[in-house]
Structure formats: structure tokens, C-alpha cells
Design a protein around this ligand. Structure first.
Ligand code: GDP
Ligand code: MG
Length: 140
């Protein structure tokens, strides 16, 4: 495997903050050897969320997702490390907490809340391009 030092955007979503899991999520990131470069807590505006989730506009879960994401404060983190973009998504686990594997953040802490699949605790950028775009948005 080639070395590729990257930066990614991690968000602790409103459910993660409300359930006091921000520290546990950061602990797992640091335990893996990734470095916290910057961190901020904020109440995201609809404009910020619409830009962040532009790729999902028009999908059935788009509106509920934005409503959920603006329902409370989130913690945004700039995280650096070797192949951290893919690596954090492995730490996070599958999008649906019901099927996310044990040992992952979503697998260990995600709940099956019926229709509320959007409550899956964390966001992680999915590519180098997404990471650059999202970090510029959240750490302008
Ligand atoms: P991610 O990259 O694993 O976060 O997943 P996506 O980029 O595909 O989706 C963005 C977010 O939208 C997810 O993290 C979920 O919060 C939410 N989401 C995705 N798919 C669904 C769905 O089928 N139903 C609902 N309610 N929410 C979804
Ligand atoms: Mg995504």
C-alpha cells in the first residue's frame, strides 16, 4: 500500500453530540493514530448543509436529512493521517446503523430507529475531492 497523507472532514452529527459521544468518537480517531488538526462546534445553517449535501438533492431522504442535521449542534473535525479518508469510513461503518458491523462507530452506537436512518452519528468525506470541498466549507 502506498503512503498518502490526507485530511478528511469528520462531523459528529446532532445525535452523536446529544448522546455525549463526541469524546468517544474522537478517542477512536486518535487511538487509530490519526491526528486532530482543527475542531469546532457549531449550529450549521441550512445554506451550509445544502452545500455540504448537494450531491443528495432531490433524493427522498434529502429534506429529512437537512432537518435532522440542523436540529442541534454538530462537532466538525479536520483529521489528518495516512489514507485517513478511507480509514475513517471504515471506523464509521456502513451508512445504515442496523447493518454496520460491531467494532465500528455506527455498529457499536447506532440505533435502529425505524425510518430515521439519517441518525447515524458521524459523517466522513468519501474522496480526496469531497474532503477538499467539505473542509473548505466547514473550516472557511
Ligand atoms: P454516508 O456517506 O455513509 O454518510 O452516506 P450517504 O452519503 O449515502 O448519505 C448521507 C447521509 O444521508 C447518511 O449518512 C444518512 O444520514 C442519510 N441517508 C443516506 N441514505 C439514507 C436513506 O436511505 N434514508 C434515510 N432516512 N437517510 C439516509
Ligand atoms: Mg456520503
Amino acid at each position: 500500500m502506498t503512503t498518502a497523507i490526507e485530511e478528511t472532514l469528520v462531523l459528529v452529527k446532532p445525535d452523536g453530540v446529544a448522546r455525549n459521544l463526541s469524546g468517544e468518537i474522537l478517542r477512536r480517531i486518535e487511538a487509530k493514530g490519526y491526528s486532530l488538526v482543527d475542531i469546532r462546534m457549531l449550529q450549521p445553517s441550512r445554506d451550509l448543509l445544502a452545500e455540504h449535501y448537494a450531491e443528495h438533492e432531490g433524493k427522498p431522504f434529502y429534506e429529512p436529512l437537512l432537518e435532522f442535521m440542523e436540529s442541534g449542534p454538530v462537532v466538525a473535525m479536520r483529521v489528518a493521517g495516512n489514507r485517513v479518508i478511507e480509514g475513517f469510513r471504515v471506523l464509521a461503518g456502513a451508512t445504515d446503523p442496523t447493518t454496520a458491523l460491531p467494532g465500528t462507530i455506527r455498529g457499536d452506537f447506532g440505533r435502529d430507529w425505524g425510518l430515521k436512518v439519517q441518525q447515524n452519528l458521524v459523517h466522513g468525506s468519501d474522496s480526496v475531492e469531497s474532503a477538499e470541498r467539505e473542509l473548505a466549507l466547514w473550516f472557511a
